[in-house]
Design a protein around this ligand. Structure first.
Ligand SMILES: Cc1cc2nc3c(=O)[nH]c(=O)nc-3n(C[C@H](O)[C@H](O)[C@H](O)COP(=O)(O)O)c2cc1C
Length: 226
């Protein structure tokens, strides 16, 4: 059995394009592998708390010296990290907000990328002291954007602080294989949007089927299969 972590970050609960894509992916996956387990964490509906001074102090307190107050401060982070640890596949549906991550997704990232828990820090490593402690995960990132031209070579490539940011932090989630599918033109509607949306839907279904079928031969997914 493989565990999927299904994350949705759109603040829109209804009529959300990124939610539609992530739901289609998971539905197709389960058609191929009905015995697999899905943990659904709805970040848009229930955003994680922001980290705080107390949170940082608790993180840097060695585990054997943590007080009950420290443990309570880290409880949400512990829960979210436990979900991440179990997952071989992360299915992330997210909108672009203000050219970057929705705050709910950033709050989740800050809660799960945690020193001595999901990454280690050692200056003996020289200029790159951080190393992820998790490995072997696959990320499927399904995004929706109101404008267009955010892909490489597009007219708004330089304004895309969503996909490159996700690419960068995914390493610290233990992601070793990643797939990005995007819908654009939502704010323009019309044929260009319809075309972008239907291509993304088809690509999402095809990707779910391909990854589910290739599971047996995929060392990454197998390694994390629970
Ligand atoms: C608060 C907010 C900020 C947004 N910022 C941007 C933006 O910077 N660039 C863009 O292309 N679209 C932007 N949009 C449009 C969304 O990316 C678009 O509506 C997308 O479809 C939202 O995803 P969803 O359909 O899954 O909710 C924004 C929408 C909202 C509500």
């Amino acid at each position: 059995m493989t565990t999927l972590l299904h994350l949705d970050a759109s603040a829109r609960i209804e009529r959300s394009i990124s939610r539609d894509l992530s739901a289609s992916f998971v539905e197709t996956w389960l058609q191929h592998r009905p015995g697999d387990r899905v943990i659904h964490r709805d970040l848009g509906a229930n955003p994680p708390g922001f980290i705080s001074q107390d949170w940082i102090a608790a993180c840097f307190t060695p585990e054997d010296r943590r007080t009950d107050a420290h443990n309570a401060t880290l409880a949400e982070s512990d829960t979210l990290i436990a979900e991440l640890e179990q997952a071989a596949l992360i299915v992330l549906g997210t909108p672009m907000y203000n050219y970057g991550l929705p705050a709910s997704l950033k709050a989740w990232v800050d809660q799960v990328i945690r020193v001595n828990r999901t990454f280690s820090f050692d200056l003996a490593r020289g200029d790159y002291p951080l190393e992820p402690m998790l490995s072997g995960k696959t990320l499927v990132c399904l995004t929706s954007k109101g404008e267009f031209g955010f892909a490489k070579g597009g007219i708004r490539e330089d304004m895309n602080h969503l996909d490159p940011h996700i690419e960068t932090f995914a390493h610290y989630l233990g992601v070793e294989e990643r797939h990005f599918i995007s819908v654009e033109y939502q704010e323009f509607a019309g044929q260009r949007h319809e075309h972008s949306r239907s291509a993304a839907e088809q690509n999402t279904l095809a990707l779910a089927a391909t990854l589910a079928r290739s599971l047996e031969s995929s060392p990454n997914l197998q390694q994390n299969g629970l």
